[in-house]
Design a protein around this ligand. Structure first.
Ligand code: 4NP
Length: 151
């Protein structure tokens, strides 16, 4: 199984999702190919946002991903592609090559604790609580993905 997490800049939400998902796989002795990518290339080659990395460490995760933009090939190579919000989903749908649209998923549809969540809000222009919310929502969604797609 190959899973790709996608957000706008690939420096906050999707690299956080990748790190959480990889850790959960490791804890459960499961294997899958996991990566993340951005819809925009503004931050290509950059480490994840220092605030996101700091919150990650406090919660027991390490983000090592370097930002990269999504490619046409990604839509073919990955089995499931997760967007963080409605804007991400619109961009993914408009860029998905024909026959790959069925791989696209809104990540919050996998939340079980935060059932009413309909997006992982962009934390970039906000404060600390936004980064904590990202981790809360992504932990919940990653559990749901493992339960419904991997086991
Ligand atoms: P992300 O957050 O999509 O979660 O990585 C953002 C990072 C940077 C920008 C927007 C969102 N930006 O506009 O630079």
């Amino acid at each position: 199984m190959k899973l790709l997490f996608v957000c706008l800049g690939n420096i906050c939400r999707s690299p956080m999702a990748e790190a959480i998902f990889k850790q959960k796989l490791h804890e459960r002795h499961l294997t899958a190919e996991v990566d993340s990518a951005g819809l925009e290339n503004y931050h290509e080659g950059d480490q994840a946002d220092s605030r996101m990395r700091a919150h990650a460490v406090r919660r027991g995760y390490t983000i090592t991903h370097i930002s990269r933009p999504i490619t046409r090939d990604d839509f073919h190579q990955f089995d499931l592609i997760f967007g963080m919000d409605a804007q991400n989903m619109r961009a993914l749908k408009s860029r998905a090559p024909q026959g790959t649209e069925h791989k696209l998923r809104l990540i919050t549809n996998y939340c079980e604790k935060f059932r009413l969540a309909d997006s992982v809000p962009d934390p970039y222009y906000g404060g600390d609580s936004g980064f904590e919310t990202v981790i809360d929502l992504l932990e919940d969604a990653c559990e749901g993905i493992i339960a419904h797609e991997l086991t």
